[in-house]
Every structure is written in C-alpha cells, then in structure tokens.
Design a protein around this ligand. Structure first.
Ligand SMILES: Nc1nc2c(c(=O)[nH]1)N[C@H]1C(S)=C(S)[C@@H](COP(=O)(O)OP(=O)(O)OC[C@H]3O[C@@H](n4cnc5c(=O)[nH]c(N)nc54)[C@H](O)[C@@H]3O)O[C@H]1N2
Ligand SMILES: Nc1nc2c(c(=O)[nH]1)N[C@H]1C(S)=C(S)[C@@H](COP(=O)(O)OP(=O)(O)OC[C@H]3O[C@@H](n4cnc5c(=O)[nH]c(N)nc54)[C@H](O)[C@@H]3O)O[C@H]1N2
Ligand SMILES: [Mo]
Length: 758
C-alpha cells in the first residue's frame, strides 16, 4: 500500500491503553490546573469513605473503601473542578458577552471557577456581580408572573440527591412537571425500556457479579475513556480468561489492550493484557440485527441439540416468548447480515459462547441508547439475557453504564417529567401541597417549547443545556427569546452566554468542596450505576467565599418565589439530614436513610429482578418483539448514505473539553476530523487528509458541517464518526427514539463530499 500522506496531528497510536501514558496525562492535568502540593492529597480523597464521590463517572467502587484507585479521567474531572484558576468580576467587566461567545468551549471553561453571583446587564453587554438575595427576589417576581408550565427546570446529573430533591420539590410546589434532564439525552431508553422488560429502569449487576461472570458482552461503550475504573474490572476478568465479546463499529484501543496502572508487574515490564477476546465491528445502528442474529442462532441450537434455553426460567418468570421466537424465525439471515454488517458465522460464534456460559453480563452505553430505536435496542439486550435466565443469579445481569456521576440518583429522587401517582401522593402527605399530575417536558420537548415561544423561562441545575442538545442553529436563538434564564454552575460555558431578556449566573460549590451550613458541616449523597447510595463529603476550601451550595441556591429561589410555601426551606438547608428524612418519607427504598449512609460504603437500593421479582403489569419479565432489523431502513437504502456517530474524545467530559487530544485514537491538538473507513473513502474519491463537507439527509432544512478533515480509521464500513458537541449541527432535533425521546446522536444519515485537497 502506498505510504499515507502526513496529516497534521494525526499519528497512529500503537501502545495499549492505560499504562505510563495515563500516569503522564494525570501529572499533566495536575500541573495545568492545580497547586501540585494540594493535588495528590485531593486525589487520594476521591471515592474514600470519608471523602467525596468522584465527579467523573458513575462506575462504583468495591465497598467504596478500596485503596485509592488510579484513574486518569477521574483525576482530570477532579483537578478541573479543584483548579486554582478563577474567572473574576473584573474579567467580566472588561469582556462583553458577545466577545466571550467567540471563544471555544475549551477556552471558556479553562478560565476557571466562577466566583460571584452575576446578572447580565444588557446596556453594557456584560455580566456584573449581584447580591444573592436581590437576584432571588427578582427571579421570584418573574416566575410568579408566568404560568408554571411556561417554565423549564433542567438538571444535569452531577447534582447530589439532596439538591435534586429540593429542586423537584420547588418546581412541583410552584406547579409544573417540566423536568428536562441530561438523562433524556443519554440513558432514557434504559429508563423506559427496562421497566417494560424487567420491571425497573436500572441495571441489575453488582461489582461482585463481575468476579463470577463466565462471559461479558460489551456493546456500544468506551470504558477506557468514559468509565476508566471499569477497565480494572475488565482487566481482572480477562486475566481469569473470561471471554469478553465487544460490539463496536470503532476499534477502541482500551477494549483491545490495556495496561493496568494498578498492576506493578505490567507497569514495570511495559506489559499489557488483551481485553476483548472477540471484537465485532458492527455497523452503527446494526446492534438490533446482530442481537437478533445471536438469538436466532440460539433458537436453532435449541431445536437441534436442546438444553440451550433456560426453559424452566422462561416458563416460570416470563411472558411473550412465543411471539418473540416467531419474529426471530421470520427474520431472514440475509437481512440480519446486511443490517448488522456481520456474518452469520460471527453471530453463531457469539451464540455458542453464550450457550456455554452459566453466567453472562451484558454491559452497554450510548452506542445502544442514542439511536432512534434506542428503547427497542435495550429491550433486545434484556431478551437475550432472559433466554438463559441471566437475571437473579450470581455473575449475571444487565449493566447499563450510566453517564453523569449521579444521574441515576437524580431520577430516583424525583427528577422526572412523568412522576408516578404514588410519589406525588407521598409528597402531598409529607409536605402539605398538591403537586401537579400532568406530565411535563423532557429535554427535546423543552427546547421545542422554547423554539415555538410557549416556554418563557429556563432554570438549569448544572450542565450546558443548549450545547448538549442537537441542532444549535435552532436551539441557540431560542435561548435568547426567553424572558428569564437562571444557571447554577461551577464554570462558564456557552449556554450561560446565550442570554435571555434577564439572565442570572450562580456559582455553586463543587463535590470536592467543604459545605458548611448553620447546622455545621454537611455531606450529600449520590447513587452509582449499581444502585449503591453513599455519602460524599467535600474537603477543599471553596473556590470563593461567595459560593453557595446547590441546595442553598435552590432553597433561596424557592423562598423568594413562593411566599406561601409549605416547605421549611431554611430548616432543610441548615441540616441536610432533614432533606434525607423527607426523601425517606417520599421515595421507597430509603428506610433509615440517615443511619445507613453513615456506614462506610452506604447501602444498595432494592432491585427486585435480582430476586426474580418482576414489577411489570403482568408480574412477569416480558420478552419484546423488534419488528424489522434496523432503524429507518428507508433512509439507509438511499445511495451514498453514511451513518454518522458522534463520540467523546479521551480529553473531554461531555461539553467540557479538557484538552485537544484524543490519544488512543491517534488525534492530537485538533478535533475537526471525520473518522472514515478506507473503502468508503475510496468509493467517495476521498483521500486521507482531504477536507470534506458533511450534510445530513433530512426532510427539513439542510444541516451542514463544512471543512472537516477526513482521516482513515478502523471503523465499520458505512459508518463515520465525528466529535460531539461540534457535530451537533448535523443532528436534527426531532430525530429521536419515539419511545424515550432520546436524540439519535449515533445514527445520523449523512452524505460526505470532498471539497479540496489540502
Ligand atoms: N472522561 C469522560 N467520562 C465520561 C464522559 C465523558 O464525556 N468523558 N461522559 C459521561 C456520560 S454523561 C456518559 S453518558 C458516558 C458515555 O460513555 P459511552 O457510552 O462510552 O459514550 P460515547 O463515548 O458517546 O460512545 C460510546 C461508544 O459507542 C460506540 N458506538 C457508536 N455507535 C454505535 C452503535 O451503533 N453500536 C455499537 N455497538 N457501538 C456504537 C462508539 O464507537 C463508542 O466507542 O460516560 C460518562 N463518563
Ligand atoms: N452529539 C452528541 N450530543 C450529546 C451526546 C453525544 O454522545 N453526542 N451525549 C449526551 C449525553 S450522554 C449527555 S449526559 C449530555 C450532557 O449534557 P450536560 O449534562 O448538560 O452537559 P455537561 O457538559 O456535562 O455540563 C457541563 C457544565 O456543568 C457545570 N458543572 C460541572 N460540575 C458542576 C456541579 O457540580 N454543579 C453544577 N451546578 N454545575 C456543574 C459546569 O458549569 C459545566 O460547564 O449531552 C448529550 N449530548
Ligand atoms: Mo450521559
């Protein structure tokens, strides 16, 4: 093959993931953001029983008290928050918001922590300091003049249980269920699909299950970057010779080879461990076909040799098997192969491995959920596990990798636009007001209501709402039509700069910081991906004396908005135990909440499927029927259409860009690239390093991203990949999974065209 031309910043990465490169990157993050003396002590307090919960991801720790687990991206998340950089009022005074809007997402956050409550001043186009109480009073005045359903209450999943609980209490006493949240862009298909299948919208495995699993199937997630502590678990499993089967259109380095920085031997010898035993480069959006293929093969094996399905389990615990099996019979191998991009032989191989295993875990992430059949995809994974009774036994179960470190907890304590009647009733009894029962808006619906002008105000408990959502061409202007925007955040981001008629920016304490209220030092609680609830206690001196805690800010707005409130806000804020008492009274599973979080490691919320109890309408686990093999097959058929997936780089946390590298994918100092399969490039007359334009195939107005550098990558043919959030200009706002409302961020049909040779 001819030698590829040199493309600036593109160098293939040959080593394993983890290892010394990860240690070096951690040292760099500390050097860039923190005082190098304080940093190691801070990092040692991460995920310790008396320390704070890592704001990085929602992967659990063994009993939450193991020795410090090294994690490069956890260290980046902590140092990014505990940075010594500050963005002060003088800076805001000398920079107009219009000029700040010209900065990159990376530059905005890298300026450091917000220090003062700020109000936008239209006359000077700047943010200036404001007194907390004055700001609350004005917000209360505006909110009282609006109808509650004209207001959106967004939550990003970093907020503690206590903050999220107070926030929903405030919004509900005010009178709305408009709770768009980051989960609506993330694991909503899990929250919607799993209750239909197994009666609860959460994963069923614990960390211990990984110790006795005989097979792990990892679909559509990239743990080397997004859940690095999971790599320790996978590494251990691989060393026990547990087969790990991966489905991913991209070759992700950490899923191939990983050197565990905790392993003295691997570090000393530059060794590494093979992670995936088999790596299937499924087409983007092809997982449903692949799963159906594996399950069809299982049915065939059952017919030929018997003893493959867990017949007893199916008879005793499930419903819907016959219709499910009939659909698999009716699905042709030809369609399965075409839609998955895999061969029948590949899928037979998985079926054989699965039939051999007495305990299987399937883990999955955004590669499964962010599709317009995301919910149906999740249900297929549950079906696969149900076929062999892989629920309610050690070493088996379903493992959705949640996103934000407390996104699961936020949902548990009531951040949902569709609250249950039982929850509302309990709130009424405990608090003495009648919460609204009419369902509210999710994230996409909230933005649509802002675009059409029916929503007039937006409150954000963290996050970067407008940047995280699809289609900035529509969503950015919608922000400025609002009467009021209120942001509670730690760092400046673009959503804060898309100012409404009146806009407030409130700086809050982060997880790492000491939270002292009139009742003394406070701890908060969080829930990880495996339903473990535990305390988190910040230790660092707050970034500024003017910061307030998230619960205190929410309570401040609530008191100023609701003069006749029934909720004793000041008491709750003085001592967060009182908030936990209220949670205990209104949310099931939190008996003795305050006592149980004082035990190191915390406690696990009830998960009925682990006891083979199914809280579905039939009382049984339900098989599903996924008709067809692939989402939007009609668009797919069109000529020259490629499927765009939007992904995270190794140096990014959602919309927060830590640095411009993506080490394991061999991209350095830039993000303006399109990963392409070599054959697709040849077919399109595109060479490595050529500039291309990308255009979404939609019935609506044209969505384009211009002048992106196409590079050869080991990615399934027919699939291309670009970085989020830059590629959000290509994602249509209404291109969603209809069951869950989640945007199809990983399934955008596009055309790619070469513009020039650079
Ligand atoms: N350091 C760091 N940690 C994070 C985050 C972060 O941005 N940075 N974000 C947090 C959040 S909110 C979340 S939700 C999680 C996200 O964690 P992940 O679920 O790992 O999310 P992504 O990086 O978006 O992409 C997942 C993988 O899906 C693959 N993929 C894409 N399309 C398909 C498909 O159709 N089928 C299959 N099988 N695979 C596909 C991609 O190649 C990629 O490897 O991580 C959390 N943790
Ligand atoms: N194209 C595309 N779009 C996507 C995705 C994708 O894969 N592709 N993924 C989606 C997913 S999975 C998610 S979860 C969303 C994420 O959407 P969001 O959760 O809205 O976005 P983040 O980037 O996590 O939010 C970053 C901001 O949170 C604030 N912050 C950080 N820590 C704290 C804290 O402790 N308290 C408070 N109050 N604020 C804090 C800071 O101001 C920071 O600027 O994006 C979604 N958008
Ligand atoms: Mo997420």
């Amino acid at each position: 093959m001819a030698k590829l031309r040199d493309v600036p910043g593109i160098r293939p990465y040959e080593g394993p993931a983890g290892g010394w490169g990860a240690l070096r990157a951690t040292a760099q993050a500390i050097h860039d953001q923190m005082d190098s003396i304080e940093a190691p002590i801070t990092l040692l307090r991460t995920n310790q029983p008396t320390g704070f919960d890592c704001p990085g991801c929602a992967w659990p720790d063994k009993e939450h008290r193991s020795t410090f687990q090294f994690c490069e991206n956890g260290a980046k998340a902590v140092t990014w928050e505990a940075t010594t950089k500050r963005v002060l009022p003088e800076f805001f005074a000398s920079h107009t918001v219009s000029s700040l809007l010209k900065m990159t997402d990376y530059e905005l956050e890298d300026m450091g922590r917000l220090t003062h409550p700020l109000v936008y001043d239209r006359a000077t186009d700047t943010y200036r300091p404001v007194e907390w109480e004055d700001a609350f009073a004005r917000i209360g005045e505006i909110l009282r003049a609006l109808k509650p359903d004209q207001v959106e209450f967004y939550t990003s999943g970093r907020a503690s249980n206590e903050a999220a609980y107070l926030y929903q209490l405030f919004a509900r006493e005010y009178g709305t269920n408009n709770f768009p949240d980051c989960s609506n862009m993330c694991h909503e298909p899990t929250s919607v699909g799993l209750p239909l299948s197994i009666g609860i919208g959460k994963g069923t495995v614990s960390l211990d299950d990984f110790d006795s699993a005989e097979l792990i199937i990892a679909i559509g997630h990239n743990p080397g970057t997004n859940h690095p502590r999971m790599m320790g678990t996978l590494h251990e499993a691989a060393r026990r010779n547990v087969p790990i089967i991966v489905f991913n259109p991209l070759r992700e380095r950490a899923l191939e080879r990983f050197a565990d920085p905790q392993s003295m031997l691997e570090m000393a010898t530059f060794g590494s461990t093979r992670i995936a035993s088999t790596y299937f480069q499924v087409d983007a959006g092809g997982d449903a076909a692949a799963l159906k293929g594996v399950m069809k093969a299982l049915l065939q094996m059952e017919a030929e040799q018997g003893d493959v399905l867990d017949r007893e389990f199916i008879a005793a615990h499930t419903e819907g098997f016959d219709a499910f099996a009939a659909d698999l019979e009716a699905t042709s191998w030809e369609d399965i192969e075409k839609a998955s991009g895999l061969t029948r032989e590949d899928l037979d191989h998985v079926a054989v491995a699965y039939a051999k295993s007495n305990a299987t875990i399937v883990s999955y992430g955004m590669g499964v959920t962010q599709h317009n059949k995301g919910t149906a995809n999740v249900r297929l994974i549950a079906d696969l596990l149900l076929m062999r009774g892989n629920f309610g036994k050690p070493g088996a179960g379903i493992c959705p990798l949640r996103g934000h470190s407390n996104v699961q907890g936020n949902r548990t304590v009531g951040i949902t636009e569709k609250p249950s009647e039982e929850f509302l009733k309990l709130i009424e009894i405990a608090c003495g007001f009648t919460p609204p029962s009419e369902h509210g808006h999710d994230a996409v619906q909230a933005m649509q209501a802002m675009i059409d002008g029916s929503s007039k105000a937006l409150l954000c408990l963290g996050g970067n709402f407008a940047v995280a959502l699809p289609d900035p061409e529509q969503s950015f202007p919608a922000m400025s039509k609002l009467d009021l925007a209120v942001h509670i955040g730690t760092k400046l981001n673009r959503t804060h700069l898309l100012v409404a008629k009146e806009t407030y920016l409130f700086p809050c304490l982060g997880r790492t910081e000491l939270d002292v209220q009139t009742g003394g030092r406070q701890s908060v609680t969080v829930e990880d991906s495996m339903s473990m609830v535990h305390a988190s206690s910040g230790k660092l001196t707050p970034a500024s004396e003017f910061l307030r805690s998230e619960p205190a800010i929410v309570a401040g707005i609530a008191r100023a908005t609701l003069p006749n409130t029934k909720v004793p806000w000041m008491e709750l804020i003085a001592d967060y135990d009182k908030i936990r008492d209220l949670i205990e009274q209104t949310v099931s599973g939190f008996e003795d909440f305050n006592a149980r979080i004082r035990v190191p490691g915390g406690f696990r919320l009830p998960l009925p499927p682990t006891e083979r109890q199914w809280h579905t309408p039939t009382g049984k686990a339900m098989f599903s029927v996924y008709s067809g093999v692939k989402e939007d097959a009609d668009v797919l058929g069109a000529e020259n259409v490629l499927r765009l997936i939007t992904i995270r780089s190794h140096d990014q946390y959602n919309t927060t860009i830590y640095a411009m590298d993506d080490r394991y994918r061999g991209v350095f100092g830039r993000r303006d690239v399109l990963f392409m399969n070599q054959d697709d490039m040849a077919e399109h007359g595109i060479e490595h390093g050529d500039l291309v334009d990308i255009e979404t195939i939609t019935s609506g107005r044209p969505l384009k991203l211009k002048n992106i550098t196409a590079i050869i990558y080991n990615i399934a043919k027919g699939s291309v990949a670009a970085y989020y959030p830059e590629a959000n200009v290509l994602v249509p706002l209404d291109y969603i999974d209809k069951e869950s409302g989640t945007p199809s961020y990983k399934s955008v049909p596009v055309r790619v065209e070469r513009v020039a040779t650079n």
